[in-house]
Design a protein. Structure first.
Length: 337
């Protein structure tokens, strides 16, 4: 008795669902052409940021826009302000920024938005009022917790370790460190002791010197976690030619190309990252969709992100790229970025 009813209802329901999906997902063809989209990295000379920006420029080329990259050579809190002001004067359609500070750039980004310029943060967020969308590399909680899980494996679950971070104000590193500290509260890490959080400011030389300082101050150190591609490479470079090689585990977040030699020579056993190029690519599509009016940054909206397919805006305007990869000697040669 219910059968006929069902068979009538199902196609109707399916058609309604399809219509809803079509309505909610912005189509690539709806993107305006010739959009002016500017990327502002944390710092212009950081290899990680260069890969991310290149990914963004590739996306903008695909959508026939006009892309450019401008930014400071240091990751200081207000180093990006003058660049944002210039982009406002130039009437860019969108600004995509990896913020060096959660608050310092907000008044300037708000000014940009009040003039119709769309703002996307990626890699490192601002306070939510500073942007319409944040393109996050992966869920921040899993990145932070994952770093401690990996460290614990590498040091056999016990001993003193230090964190070598980027700048003290970096939103992304600070969020990950907060989650690392949460993970450490679990009973299984009772024998792991965080002795110090040092800051290399995403500066190669400062990170190198900070590593040396950590080893001198903590002779029993068993590990260094550097959740920054600049920091992990500098720490590994210091350790590879020091007596601590083989005694102090270096892990964190780094690019396979920067870390390959350290993995091959045994200084580093494993570390993690996502594909920064894809991160920039996704951020460019988010910006183009905002600037084309196909999305506004509200939770639940979807858009097409070229080769990455359909993506959906989550809570607080966050769009997530995907889970990180762990690299080690077995897989590192399959990655080239
Ligand atoms: C550095 C930067 C960047 C971070 C990577 C892992 O390049 O601090 O913001 O995401 O490391």
């Amino acid at each position: 008795m219910f059968r006929p009813l069902r068979s009538i209802r199902q196609p109707v329901l399916a058609a309604a669902l399809l219509a809803a999906c079509v309505a909610m997902t912005a189509n690539a063809a709806e993107l305006k052409s010739g959009l002016k989209i500017a990327f502002v990295p944390k710092q212009i000379n950081n290899p990680y940021e260069v890969i991310a920006d290149d990914g963004g420029m590739a996306a903008i080329k695909e959508m026939k826009g006009q892309g450019k990259v401008v930014g400071p050579s240091d990751a200081g809190a207000s180093s990006q302000v003058s660049y944002i002001n210039t982009l406002i004067t130039q009437k860019q359609d969108a600004v995509v920024i990896a913020a060096n500070d959660a608050n310092a750039v907000v008044p300037y980004l708000k000014k940009a938005m009040s003039q119709g310029i769309k703002v996307v943060t990626f890699d490192s967020d601002t306070a939510p009022e500073g942007r319409q969308i944040f393109v996050n590399q992966a869920d921040s909680e899993s990145i932070g917790r994952g770093q401690i899980q990996l460290l614990s494996k590498l040091v056999g679950g016990e001993g003193e370790f230090a964190i070598l971070s980027a700048t003290p104000n970096a939103t992304n590193q600070n969020t990950w460190i907060k989650w690392m500290q949460e993970e450490l509260k679990k009973p299984e890490y009772a024998k792991l002791k965080l002795v110090k959080i040092a800051y290399g400011n995403d500066d190669d030389q400062k990170s190198f010197v900070e590593t040396q300082g950590l080893l001198q101050a903590y002779p029993n150190l068993k590990g260094i976690v550097a959740p920054t591609s600049v920091g992990i490479a500098a720490a590994a470079r210091y350790i590879q030619s020091s007596p601590s090689k083989g005694k102090v585990a270096v892990t964190g977040l780094g690019t396979p190309n920067q870390m390959r030699a350290f993995v091959k020579n045994g200084t580093v056993k494993a570390f993690q990252l996502w594909d920064p190029g894809q991160l920039g690519y996704l951020a460019a599509f988010a910006a183009a969709n905002l600037a084309s009016g196909t999305i506004s940054g509200k939770e639940g909206e979807s858009f097409e992100a070229g080769k990455l397919g359909k993506r959906t805006v989550g809570k607080s305007g966050e769009v997530i790229l995907g889970p990180p990869t762990t690299f080690d000697s077995a897989n590192i040669d399959s990655f080239n970025f």
